[in-house]
Design a protein around this ligand. Sequence first.
Ligand code: URP
Ligand code: ZN
Ligand code: ZN
Length: 476
Amino acid sequence: MIFDTIIRGGTVATASDTFSCDIGIKGGKITALGANLGADLGAATEIVDATGLLVLPGGIDSHVHIAQPSGPGIVMADDFASATRSAAFGGNTMVLPFAMQQKGESLREVVKDYHKKADGQCYIDVSFHLIIADASDAVLGQELPALVHDGYTSFKVFMTYEGLALSDMEMLKVMSVARETGAMVMVHAENYDAIRFLTDRLEQAGKTETKYHGTSRPIAVEREATHRAISLAELIDVPIMIVHVSNREAMDEIARARSRGLKIYGETCPQYLMLTESDMDGLNMEGAKYVCSPPPRDKESQRACWEGLQQGIFSLFSSDHCPFRYDDPQGKLAPKGKTSFRWVPNGIPGVETRLPILFSEGVGKGRLTLNEFVALTSTNHAKTYGLYPKKGTIAVGSDADIALWDPKRKETISQSLMHGGTDYTPYEGIAVTGWPVSTMVRGKFVVRDGKLVGALGGGDYVPREKSELAKARETR
Ligand code: URP
Ligand code: ZN
Ligand code: ZN
């Protein structure tokens, strides 16, 4: 047989073009693009009729947290099985979660543990970023370079959070390793001391409800840290990705750096387009459902984030899926969280809703082209994190990671439609037009016509190359 599968009659879109063609798939790879492929009887084992559907590269969500240790008594709502199942229903074919180091831990051991959690438990493909919490000489001198060599070619650093925040000195050291090894650094930019100061002050004034989460980390906290991270990267001459940017002031720092020729990239997320600070103000801890960091801001910040996506200041649109159950003492209703916003588990679910939200609000409402949508949700993730062109596009030789979309289908986002481990969606009630109906990973359907057909363990771990985008400009 020439092909295992032919996807016939759909409208194919990549980050650059939209065209009508059939896709021939053999051995999990795209082996042909053409008109009327396999017209000969018997050219393929299966022909998939995609008439009336969009045929897009599967979504790659390069910022998700799965089964990550989250503090005493707190448990993430997703393991690899539920997170990757949910992601597949949301039109994704790959996710990149974090293997998180805690102080004193060996990075290599952390990675091994994380593989144990993921092995045989994924419906779609995965690859791991690292989180560096302990920037010791042993970690930076030996473990980290060896791990980059082994295909863990990106790592996240935090400028806030107890036990995770790095000092400026540590940030500089980590960035130096990235420059030497060609890895991509992802930065969570919020000023730790400023947040602690404001949090203490709010608590002393008895202001402990969830709505004060936003007050404790205002825009200046994010803008300052973003500026500082960029300045540190400039000193080392290393590209960095500022993740989960929530507002115009932080975005302007990125735009200014880029206009000076620096390779500074930006990511934003659905919560900064769809939610505001007022969502965290709810009776009976309802506001906890929306507590994440940086916090959702205001309507003007939402407009800014749309502009950032349109102007290419943000090259990535990720979910920052960080799932906790709401009605659960191990989740958002943890007893300690009821005493102060400080202790509410940070993060919200979103891996399944990221793509329908951006498709409907972006493409459907004329804010983005279909090709920009593909770039922001798939292709740029592959390029940023060393997966392109194996992943992130529809081209001969690429993995057959494909999502079939019904662009006209209307749905109202609701928890009853979700397939993950949480018991709520922050986007409940939002009406969308356009829905991923089938998802195929390396030529095999995982979701077909809205039904799970893939096997647990069908998703692979994918080691990554170094990204072209992580290469320093070599200006000195
Ligand atoms: O609140 C958030 N975003 N939690 C996830 C961890 C992080 O900082 O990305
Ligand atoms: Zn973060
Ligand atoms: Zn995150």
